[in-house]
Unconditional design. Structure first.
Length: 159
């Protein structure tokens, strides 16, 4: 899946600045509810599931990337948004490499589609694993600039 298909420009939150990873997850889910991609009731359930997943094992990856996620029954397609932390210190996310996160990608995936779950996580990691893509996302001054950075990543990382 190309990340340009996964995210619209409005789902790329520039200047994202929550105080901690728990509030980051709440704000990202709040964005999906506010955008009409989740109902309030579904948002509450997704929040519960993502927080439970995060408590069991951190979704902080490497290279400034965190991918909090959950597989739930309340959606029939993958929905996502990304918080782009612009402050230099990033956001502590208990990452594998102990580095702060600058890109927090929330994924909500249909529980019935396990293969899609794995593929989506892999595609996000593949594109965001490119240094120039991460740098362009963090430097983006608008959601459109961030979306264009994803487009470059999609084009440059095709298998």
């Amino acid at each position: 899946m190309e990340l340009r298909q996964l995210f619209s420009a409005s789902d790329l939150l520039i200047g994202f600045d929550p105080p901690d990873k728990w509030e980051a997850i709440r704000r990202l889910i709040g964005h999906l509810v506010g955008a009409g991609k989740l109902t309030v009731a579904a948002g509450a359930h997704v929040l519960e599931q993502v927080l439970a997943r995060e408590r069991s094992m951190s979704t902080g990856m490497e290279r400034g990337i965190a991918i909090p996620h959950a597989a739930v029954d309340q959606v029939d397609k993958v929905i996502a948004c990304m918080g782009i932390v612009s402050r230099p210190g990033g956001l502590l996310f208990d990452s594998i490499d102990a580095q702060p996160a600058r890109l927090i990608v929330l994924l909500v995936i249909p529980r019935s589609q396990k293969l899609l779950h794995i593929r989506t996580l892999a595609d996000v990691a593949r594109v965001l694993g490119v240094d120039s893509v991460r740098e362009a996302l963090v430097a983006a001054q608008s959601p459109e600039q961030a979306w264009n950075a994803l487009a470059l990543g999609d084009n440059g990382t095709r298998r």
